[in-house]
Design a protein around this ligand. Structure first.
Ligand code: NAI
Ligand code: UGA
Length: 480
């Protein structure tokens, strides 16, 4: 029986391995992690991450051919194929701080593999890593190889949170990069056979190592660039009276452009887009390509601009101050159908409002009070380290109240902001919400999910991203 071990039981390691176990009953899959609490949760009824469809997949395989364990070394030494799916955060100090990928977790995983291995291994990069990481990993593994042959493959993951299981069941493509040597090609073939259990052959792409590593960074950069492009247009729409939804629809009908990923928003979030673009920028700079680096920097600049533009809209609409005012925040996760808050635009918007002394009442169906308090007191980039290594939040923010209901959050509020597109926000009783709010009552829709006209009929003053402005907002000072 082929044995697979995955190091890192996170948003990628957990779901990807659960799907491999489900689709390949003849393969034994172990997922290991240094975080004992995370492993305990994977073995319980309350999985450590919220992902539609995941519970069912885990229940069907756990204890049969899918195992979660904190005995990292034992499972690594027994495995034929080792996936490494550990964190690759942005460096917070030293050379390349704020841009380069921090490969500490990767390096310690590689050293451990080298220490405990007794037979030949295929080591698969599942984490997103800088181009040429495989070369460094190879050096660590072979430094003290005891005659063991290691084949490194790059097999980046393209799943998106909230749709991870469907993405894994029906991937647009599976990408496998390896060395152009007979042993490298044999390793590619071995991994291909795993995916071939359920992925059509024409969707499994094989390349050299560096193309696979770079394709992952490129794909995320292209996706983020689309969002920054449409968000840049949204600012121009507000200035001219055009409607960004109509513009995106018209633009996306062009088959060369396509309709997906053109929703204007308060800004993109998530653990990867910004991190991976910073990584790309750093690699360009290191390769003497400042013009290329500057091109990609702009994608992040526009994203930051979009978030601060949103805060400025709120403050300027509400008589240029939100000091002492209650603002309801509906949605804190970086997108719907996940409890993940890493790099969510809600953090920047909330911090911006708190900076103007607002009182926030926050509701998200999947994010805990503890997480929200932690996020609002954490420094930039600290969020992407294993939980047990993250700094403890020294104090919660007193101006923040986390509640378990949208109606409770909006009671007595001066304004409400929608920051995550949860379906349940589309069907709220806005008449009841209006009646319970201070007047004038404001809605700032950062996801364009409400029917602005209906809300205006109720009496709200409504701001939607990239839409023709309410007369009230038109009269307020321009926002930078
Ligand atoms: N979150 C996502 O949707 C996607 C993430 N990725 C990439 O996958 C990688 C992992 O991301 P996530 O799963 O989101 O991270 P995560 O933080 O959810 O999980 C990583 C896990 O690795 C564990 N870990 C760290 N060092 C370890 C070691 N030496 N030995 C054993 N366990 C160790 C941590 O305790 C943590 O539980 C990153 O490189 C990310 O860029 C790629 C595609 C999608
Ligand atoms: O490497 C990764 O981590 C993953 O990053 C993204 O997946 P994810 O961040 O989970 O979610 P997305 O659906 O891409 O959304 C990212 C952010 O962009 C925002 N977004 C997305 C689409 C859109 O049209 N507009 C928009 O503002 C979302 O609300 C969210 O904040 C990619 O879509 C995945 O292919 C990739 O594997």
């Amino acid at each position: 029986m082929v044995k697979i071990c995955c190091i890192g039981a996170g948003y990628v390691g957990g779901p990807t391995m659960a799907v491999i176990a489900l689709k390949c009953p003849s393969i034994e899959v172990s997922v290991v992690d240094i975080s004992v609490s995370r492993i305990t949760a994977w073995n319980s009824d309350q999985l450590p991450i919220y992902e539609p469809g995941l519970d069912d997949v885990v229940k069907r395989c756990r204890g049969k051919n899918l195992f979660f364990s904190a005995e990292v070394e034992k499972h690594v030494s027994e495995a034929d194929i080792i996936f490494v799916s550990v964190n690759t955060p942005t460096k917070t100090r030293g050379l390349g701080a704020g841009k380069a990928a921090d490969l500490t977790y990767w390096e310690s995983a590689a050293r451990m593999i080298a220490d405990v291995s007794k037979n030949d291994k295929i080591v698969v990069e599942k984490s997103t890593v800088p181009v040429k990481t495989a070369e460094a990993i190879e050096k660590i593994l072979t430094h003290n190889s005891k005659g063991i042959n290691y084949q490194i493959l790059s097999n980046p993951e393209f799943l998106a949170e909230g749709t991870a299981i469907q993405d894994l069941f029906h991937p647009d493509r599976v990408l496998i990069g390896g060395r152009d040597t007979p042993q490298g090609q044999k390793a590619i073939q071995a991994l291909k056979e795993v995916y071939a259990h359920w992925v059509p052959e024409d969707r499994i792409i094989c390349t050299n190592l560096w193309s696979a590593e770079l394709s992952k960074l490129a794909a995320n950069a292209f996706l983020a660039q689309r969002i920054s492009s449409v968000n840049a247009m949204s600012a121009l729409c507000e200035a001219t009276g055009a409607d960004v939804t109509q513009v995106a629809n018209a633009v996306g009908k062009d088959a060369r452009i396509g309709p997906k990923f053109l929703n204007a928003s308060v800004g993109f979030g998530g653990s990867c887009f910004q991190k991976d673009i910073f990584n790309l920028i750093y690699i360009c700079e290191c390769n003497g390509l400042p013009e290329v680096a500057n091109y990609w920097k702009q994608v992040i600049k526009v994203n930051d601009y979009q978030k601060s533009r949103f805060v400025n809209r709120i403050v300027s609409s509400m008589f240029n101050t939100v000091s002492g005012k209650k603002i309801a925040i509906l949605g804190f996760a970086f997108k719907k159908d996940t409890g993940d808050t890493r790099e969510t635009p809600a953090i920047d918007v909330c911090k911006g409002l708190l900076g103007d002394n607002a009182h926030l009442s926050i509701y998200d169906p999947q994010v805990t009070q503890e997480q929200i308090q932690k996020d609002l007191s954490m420094e930039k980039f600290d969020w992407d380290h294993p939980t047990h290594l993250q700094p403890m939040s020294p104090y919660g923010t007193k101006q923040v109240n986390v509640v378990w209901d949208a109606y409770e959050a909006t009671k007595g509020a001066h304004g409400l902001c929608i920051l995550t597109e949860w379906d349940e926000f589309k069907t709220l009783d806005f008449k009841m919400i209006y009646d319970n709010m201070q007047k004038p009552a404001f809605v700032f829709d950062g996801r364009n999910i409400v029917d602005a006209e209906k809300l205006r009929e109720i009496g709200f003053i409504v701001y939607s991203i990239g839409k023709p402005l309410d007369a009230w907002l038109n009269d307020m000072p321009a926002v930078a």
